[in-house]
Design a protein around this ligand. Structure first.
Ligand code: FAD
Length: 348
């Protein structure tokens, strides 16, 4: 692999070290490894245990609430999704089927639109993706913290909490809602990403009224699970809250979600007809303009892929391919200027 930032080849260096084993970090790791790069992923906690498995799993490329600038990246991702899932299946032997194929989009004051749009179960994807990663030469270090990073003409040296160190020709920050904290490791750079809490619940659906498609308005969505371990249930979400890193679930908020869902599908209002299976909260990574940050940082050899906010499951395959292109010094198929990590830096 010919990395853009490789001025000198470090004999024992990895081509790329990725910080963060969420869906964005691991999808990019897989794409890079498929292109022949040596990749290490460093995760401070457990892989795929944060936003990427808290999500509903809609691939909502045509949600009318989406920012116009996301169009091309979203459609690239939709094109790449079947191949992405097939690659994971080849490596892991585990299928990740689409759960739904259409979405009924409710428009205030107008008729509902039926969109051709898929959804997946992010937890099913997580199990298969981790098995796929395990079958490749990608090195995945969990419960591991980087304490400092030094960059010079020969590349980057990362020091780990246990005193060991690692050399890398390029570093990719894929640290989700924690990116502002992580950017303290980036001398002179500050990446403005903050957590946006989302609470959700999953309910059992009566077999006499099965749900086959997503129902979504501006305020609420109902995402049925039709295959796999969660079949026969539906996810109802989600709140959007500025609550720091708090992930507590509040019954009052869950009741609010349920009553919004009942306005679309009345049986969801009854705990007897649709008993709660579980509830949880996750942290979406949000930038000040709610668009992702995809590109290189101020310093050579540092790259960023974060801030996917409400669409990181949708955008993962496209993010993987555009970031691998950038790391290789190629022009990505999609114009990334709206997503520059430097757009929030003062120019003075
Ligand atoms: C309630 C909810 C519903 C959602 N629904 C959808 C949906 O239907 N469709 C959709 O497309 N998107 C959805 N999303 C958004 C989507 O989940 C996120 O955009 C996406 O998961 C972000 O992925 P990520 O890899 O950037 O972050 P994460 O999955 O949060 O991963 C980041 C990882 O980085 C690790 N990390 C942090 N700091 C460090 C460090 N210093 N060193 C090493 N590792 C570090 C963390 O431990 C974590 O594992 C939803 C999100 C929520 C919360």
């Amino acid at each position: 692999m010919n990395l853009q930032t490789s001025r000198t080849v470090l004999s024992s260096a990895r081509d790329v070290v990725i910080l963060g084993a969420g869906l964005i970090g691991l999808a990019t790791a897989l794409e890079l490894a498929d292109r022949g790069a040596s990749v290490t992923v460093i995760e401070c906690g457990r892989s795929l245990a944060s936003a990427s498995t808290a999500a509903a799993g809609m691939l909502a490329a045509d949600d009318p609430c989406n920012h116009e600038s996301l169009r091309d990246l979203s459609h690239l991702s939709i094109e790449r999704y079947p191949g992405f899932l097939r690659r994971i299946e080849q490596l892991s032997g585990l299928q990740v089927p689409f759960q739904t194929e259409t979405t009924l989009q409710y428009i205030a004051g107008g008729p509902a639109l039926r969109l051709s749009e898929h959804s997946i179960d992010p937890r099913q994807l997580a199990v298969a993706l981790l098995a796929a990663i395990g079958s490749t030469p990608i090195q995945l270090l969990e419960s591991t913290r980087v304490t400092s990073i030094q960059t010079d003409a020969s590349g980057n040296r990362l020091r780990l909490e246990d005193g060991s160190s690692l050399a890398a020709r390029a570093i990719l920050y894929a640290t989700g809602a924690w990116t502002s904290e992580t950017s303290l490791l980036l001398e002179g750079e500050s990446l403005s990403v903050s957590p946006r809490k989302g609470q959700m619940l999953r309910v059992r659906i009566s077999p006499s009224h099965p749900l086959q498609e997503v129902h979504r308005s501006e305020r609420i969505y109902i995402v049925p699970r039709t295959h796999g371990p969660q079949a026969g249930t539906a996810v109802i979400g989600a709140t959007v809250e500025e609550a720091g890193f708090d992930t507590a679930v509040n019954q009052h908020d869950l009741d609010g979600l349920r009553s919004l869902a009942a306005a679309l599908i009345p049986s969801l209002g009854s705990i007897d007809d649709a008993p709660t299976v579980e509830s949880w909260a996750g942290l979406r990574p949000a930038t000040p303009d709610l668009l992702p940050m995809l590109g290189s940082g101020l310093q050579s050899g540092r790259f960023v892929a974060t801030g996917h906010y409400r669409n990181g499951i949708l955008l993962a395959p496209a993010t993987a391919v555009v970031m691998a292109d950038l790391l290789e010094g190629r022009s990505p198929a999609v114009d990334l200027s709206a997503f520059s990590p430097l757009r929030f830096h003062a120019t003075s």
